[in-house]
Design a protein around this ligand. Structure first.
Ligand code: UGA
Length: 448
């Protein structure tokens, strides 16, 4: 018994002994750092943005993510989590370095990997002991090879290192939960040492671990996001057929989803996917596939269908109202999905653009994204309302573009009284059509 206790204690000690550095305090990096600290490791989060680092030290987070503040506060106060802009020092003190910097899209669709190269270079220059360099950011296949080549090229000594891929599958708004309760953990490695360290790090999380080579791990991430985007475009294409045939997409999706081979998730038809992951990853997967010699035309079509959904939504309103010029239209919901203020590549941005081109007068409301929206729509002729009721006043149409819960609970009788023309364009199929029609609204859904 005593011996078992001693071994357990020893193992626990080993687990906690890894010193982790996470490079990049964005959505992925900060969640990864805070969650590893929560698991008991000593974590140093690095960001080149000194302002961001000093805010983090004052416990001011650069974005909202449910549950993250509590983890950061607790682990920072208990000294398992620290923040620094000093990458060199953070590399030297770490055994495991997670790279979680941005890989934004280049104009040709490829991923901009210059930040990764810079970090690989600095790892090489500061290789004072064995390091495991782990890609956390989403990267195209063969990036691991490039990181390894870069470190070998600039390394001045023979100190050992490994490169690994450990893609994240975190959803915005659920990232902390997704990290601590993953469906699967993917580990792409080249050595037993790297495999052991990564398995150790995740030991306390109960999830299947898929161990593979680095290229395969990199493809798993791109393929997963591309498949989810494909599912959304597929159901959106079926929604178009439903509109033509006067069928109901919600029922079609419900019945399809009951087949476990299909699954019910990601079958919600509407104005398409947005956000900083799907559009960018799809583009990058298309690009890298082509570079390797394969034209992934299916993904091109997925993208085309997604773009078309937004135009189709505006066409629907136009078909009904005939002339959109000077019509007053309320836009409820701006973020790319609910429970976030993130508006990057949000479907609402394109729809706003199309409506403005038609000459409509727009009043916008979102529970969280007003600040973001004001930045992104600077110079555009739009107004912001302080609540949904103010937004719909004297409008000819109200568009629902993000399925925030608070919109489902609106007083539609009051809304009808406030509007000039009771027209609802439901871009997320989130409202009860029968109910709003019973109040006298004209309802335009997507495939129902
Ligand atoms: C996505 C993936 O779901 C994560 O697994 C992945 O880790 C992440 O990208 C990433 O690569 O970092 P996220 O971008 O946070 O996560 O958003 P999702 O919840 O996947 O939604 C993406 C978009 O699809 C949203 O605009 C949403 O409205 C839309 N969507 C989703 C639909 O239009 N229909 C659906 O049925 C589901």
């Amino acid at each position: 018994m005593e011996r078992r206790k001693a071994i357990k204690k020893q193992r626990k000690g080993i687990k906690k002994s890894y010193r982790i550095t996470v490079v990049g305090c964005g959505h992925v990096g900060l969640v990864t750092g805070a969650c590893f600290a929560e698991l008991g490791y000593k974590v140093c989060c690095v960001d080149k943005d000194k302002k961001k680092v000093s805010s983090l030290k004052k416990l001011i987070l650069p974005f909202y993510e449910p549950g993250l503040f509590e983890l950061v506060e607790k682990n920072y106060k208990e000294r398992r989590l620290e923040f620094t802009p000093d990458l060199k020092k953070a590399i030297k003190s770490a055994q495991v370095i997670f790279i979680a910097v941005g890989t934004p899209p280049n104009p040709d669709g490829s991923a901009d990997l210059s930040s990764l190269e810079r970090i690989a270079y600095l790892v090489a220059k500061n290789l004072n002991s064995y390091k495991l360099v782990v890609e956390k950011s989403t990267v195209p296949v063969q990036t691991g090879e490039k990181i390894k080549e870069t470190i070998l090229r600039y390394r001045k000594n023979n100190r050992p290192f490994d490169v690994a891929s450990n893609p994240e599958f975190l959803r915005e708004g659920k990232a902390v939960h997704d990290f601590l309760h993953p469906d699967r953990i993917v580990i792409g490695v080249e050595s037993e040492r790297a495999e052991k360290i990564l398995k150790d790090l995740y030991r306390s999380l109960k999830a299947p671990i898929v161990v593979t080579d680095i290229n395969t791990a990199e493809i798993i991430k791109h393929a997963s996001n591309s498949f989810l985007a494909t599912k959304i475009s597929f159901i959106n294409a079926v929604a178009r057929v439903c509109d033509l045939a006067k069928a109901n997409i919600d029922k079609v999706a419900e019945a399809m989803g009951l087949d476990p081979r299909i699954g019910k998730e990601f079958l919600k038809a509407g104005i398409g996917y947005g956000g900083f992951c799907f559009p960018k990853d799809l583009e990058a997967f298309l690009y890298i596939s082509k570079k390797l010699g394969y034209e992934f035309t299916l993904l091109r079509e997925v993208k085309r269908i997604n773009e078309e959904q937004k135009k189709y939504f505006v066409e629907k309103i136009k078909d009904y109202l005939w002339i959109l010029k000077d019509k007053k239209i309320a836009i409820l919901g701006l973020s790319f999905k609910p429970d976030t203020d993130d508006m990057r590549f949000a479907s609402s941005l394109d729809i706003i653009e199309y409506l403005l081109k038609e000459g409509s007068r727009l009043v916008l409301y979102d529970p969280q994204s007003k600040k973001e929206a004001k930045k992104l729509l600077k110079g555009k002729k739009v107004k912001f309302a302080k609540d949904p009721y103010q937004a719909v006043r004297d409008c000819d149409c109200v568009c629902f573009l993000t399925e925030w819960d608070e919109f489902k609970r609106l007083n539609f009788k009051r809304i009808k009284k406030l509007m000039r023309m009771p027209l609802i364009a439901d871009g997320r199929n989130m409202l009860d059509r029968a109910y709003v029609e019973s109040l006298g609204f004209k309802y335009l859904g997507m495939g129902k």
